[in-house]
Design a protein around this ligand. Structure first.
Ligand SMILES: [Zn+2]
Length: 173
């Protein structure tokens, strides 16, 4: 059986203890943008918050793409989250290549090139990444200036979060 087939079987058992209240409208309190890395999946424990309070948006890196900005707009304007956390981490796979390198590698591996060079949003420094993310999120007119946007790096070895300062603490008020 495949992993997914096993998961479907497990889901049958899970449904018996599923809380039907989850069918109600979600009311998350904080939006967290983090990496697709599975080591960051246990956010309720890492952050000490209930599952229901965290609106999790995940991309590789993480990268704050146009899509992520759209999700943050929905999270804050529609779902009602009141703070945004940009959660980077050490040891990210996206620091181990550049976009050009991976495009070249995959073209060679598959014998096919992508219709356009693919954007993987590879980066080198998680702190710099976090600062750029803050600037990007902060500059969007549909994300209220009243919403705190804070960037962090999660240390995979210690499990500790350290906050990075935005380049400009105060945007032009
Ligand atoms: Zn990562």
């Amino acid at each position: 059986m495949s992993i997914i087939d096993n998961a479907l079987e497990a889901n049958q058992k899970y449904s018996k203890r599923h809380d039907p209240k989850l069918a109600e409208r979600p009311a998350p309190k904080v939006a967290v943008v983090t990496c697709m890395d599975p080591r960051l999946s246990n956010l309720p424990e890492i952050l000490g918050l209930p599952h229901a309070d965290i609106d999790v948006i995940r991309t590789g890196g993480p990268a704050v793409t146009e899509d992520v900005l759209g999700e943050l707009v929905v999270s804050t304007q529609v779902l009602g989250t009141t703070e945004i956390m940009l959660l980077n981490h050490t040891g990210c796979g996206f620091t181990t290549f550049t976009d050009d390198e991976l495009n070249a590698k995959l073209a060679a591996k598959t014998g096919e090139s992508s219709p356009a060079p693919m954007r993987f949003f590879a980066y080198k420094d998680p702190e710099k990444n976090a600062r750029e993310q803050i600037e990007k999120v902060r500059s969007h007119p549909w994300i209220s200036k009243e919403i705190p946007v804070r960037g962090f790096v999660f240390d995979m070895k210690t499990g500790l979060l350290s906050e990075v300062d935005a380049v400009r603490k105060q945007a032009t008020a």
